[in-house]
Write a protein that binds this ligand. Structure first.
Ligand code: FAD
Length: 183
């Protein structure tokens, strides 16, 4: 009965959360999974209380005037968008610096990295979807730089589509991330 009451409490908490706020495995709002705007909506709607109970919504005070990750001070924890931008920069830059003729060891280590990345990415909902996408016939293609770069571009496009953003032309991945744009 107690377990049921706890479950009902969790469901009740979810219902009270503004759209876009994602809970972490600990049942608390996950900062790395939530945009600043949703986080702020939650902070506005949460009752101000000094003696918060375990399991209730815990919020940090957002910086005054912040409305999106663009206006977040540099030294604040990243939201889902800032974390995403930084991560894509790292991932595409890795493909840009990948060898044209990688050894078998390099190929194997790259696959291991992607696999571990898919488990450890701090936005757990993003990581779950990324792993599902790979399982769904999109295993990493790492036999040379261009393959890996295009594969990463496709992975990024899968997220773009999910978020309703424009797809990127994967024939241009190298201009964007390695050589710079042609004149
Ligand atoms: P970003 O999408 O971060 O792109 C940065 C730059 O990369 C762009 O300005 C563009 O120049 C270039 N670019 C764009 N598309 C491509 C491409 N296909 N190939 C090469 N270059 C490209 N956010 C969520 O809200 N929900 C999710 O489920 C989610 N899943 C994610 C999964 C992963 C693995 C990662 C790394 C991030 C995820 N994100 C998710 C974050 C999301 O993808 C964006 O990073 C975030 O929304 C910020 O978007 P942005 O428009 O600033 O540009």
């Amino acid at each position: 009965q107690q377990q049921r009451a706890q479950q009902d409490g969790g469901e009740e908490q979810k219902k009270q959360l503004p759209k876009g706020v994602v809970l972490g495995p600990d049942g608390k709002p996950c900062r790395s999974c939530t945009s600043v705007s949703s986080w702020m909506a939650m902070a506005r709607s949460a009752p101000a209380s000094k003696d918060k109970q375990p399991g209730t919504i815990q919020t940090t005070t957002p910086p005054a005037g912040a409305t999106s990750s663009l206006s977040l001070p540099d030294d604040c924890p990243p939201d889902v968008e800032q974390l995403g931008r930084s991560t894509w920069t790292l991932l595409h830059s890795m493909t840009a610096n990948y060898p044209e003729r990688p050894s078998l060891t390099q190929q194997m280590e790259t696959k291991q990295f992607i696999s571990l990345f898919g488990k450890m990415y701090p936005c757990w909902v993003c990581a779950d979807d990324f792993r599902s996408w790979m399982k769904d016939g999109n295993e990493p293609r790492v036999s040379n730089r261009d393959e890996f770069g295009k594969w990463m571009c496709e992975a990024h496009n899968a997220v773009n589509v999910k978020l309703g953003k424009k797809e990127f032309d994967c024939n241009k991945w190298e201009e964007r991330w390695r050589t710079g744009w042609k004149d």
